[in-house]
Design a protein around this ligand. Structure first.
Ligand code: SF4
Length: 289
């Protein structure tokens, strides 16, 4: 099993076997992202991927989950992904679910039929960064997507039987657009109605364009309590059914988890207690990406 560069996976894939099928991210333009600084996007040689899967099957025959890395591996042709999913199923007899990162363009390009084929081959979850529901922010940070496209892509994946896990990035509108960012992100996420929704908190990574902009005074990161007010606005305006909501990533100031719609009131009460100082917020030195 060979890996190139730093390997990133969602926290919920901690127990999964990680197979690297692409290197880096096919987009690589988001101004806040320092995820793959060391890697130019590339597609890994299929024979190497298949060799690694076979080897992993001998080392971890009981694995139940696998995750296909790196960023946006759904860009690969469906036939190639099917061959990897078949190899994973053959290597791991107890395999239940395979996960992958994707952007909206590639989900939409696959279309319902190819998505259903991938679902039948155990592709069970797609992780997608909405980041913000406000198109002006998406354009500013060079996400390369519109909220409308991302909403359509998530609905298409969910309707094809593939669960989605969506990320909103608190603070991405800066102080200036905090409320609009929260309202539009809640609106977009509600229309998506994903299986999982997470709010992470923006951390400015040295070397990224957004960090440079903040040093020049062109972008102002909200204070911790302002981040919580943003989170409160999002949760207040979410209209979800059957979604598992999390804000318990290492970057968050206040760990939260619940289900919609039943836990909405409790989540709002917990956020309120954080805003009012009744609950201690995570100190900066304990935050991470
Ligand atoms: S945020 Fe995601 S899509 Fe954007 S550059 Fe980073 S890995 Fe790629």
């Amino acid at each position: 099993m060979r890996y190139k560069g730093m390997i990133i996976r969602p926290p919920s894939e901690a127990e999964s076997y990680l197979i690297q099928a692409t290197y880096g991210c096919s987009h690589s333009k988001c101004s806040f992202c320092g995820t793959y600084p060391d890697k130019k996007f590339g597609v890994r040689d299929s024979s190497e991927v298949l060799e690694d899967i076979a080897e992993a099957g001998m080392a971890y025959p009981g694995a139940r989950r696998a995750f296909i890395c790196d960023g946006n591996a759904l860009i690969l042709p469906t036939g190639k992904l099917v061959s990897y999913l078949d190899a994973l199923a053959a290597a791991f007899p107890s395999l239940q679910r395979v996960g992958i990162y994707a952007n909206a363009r590639d989900i939409l390009k696959k279309g319902p039929e190819e998505l259903r084929t991938l679902r039948e081959k155990k592709l069970g979850i797609i992780y997608l960064g909405l980041e913000s529901g406000l198109d002006e922010i998406l354009a500013d940070v060079r996400k390369g997507e519109t909220s409308e496209n991302m909403i359509s892509a998530v609905r298409m994946a969910e309707d094809s039987g593939i669960k989605t896990s969506i990320i909103i990035l608190l603070g991405l509108g800066g102080r200036a657009r905090s409320r609009e960012h929260a309202l539009e992100s809640a609106r977009a996420a509600s229309r998506m109605n994903p299986r999982f929704l997470s709010c992470l908190t923006l951390m400015l990574v040295p070397g990224t364009e957004l960090h440079e902009r903040s040093l020049r005074g062109e972008f102002e990161l909200p204070e911790p309590r302002e981040m919580l007010v943003e989170l409160e606005t999002i949760v207040e305006n979410l209209d979800l059914d059957g979604t598992i909501f999390r804000a318990n990533h290492a970057s968050n100031y206040l760990p939260l988890e619940g289900r919609f719609p039943q836990d909405k009131k409790r989540l709002l009460a917990e956020i309120k207690s954080g805003i009012q100082g009744e609950r201690r917020l995570k100190p900066e030195f304990l935050r991470g990406l």
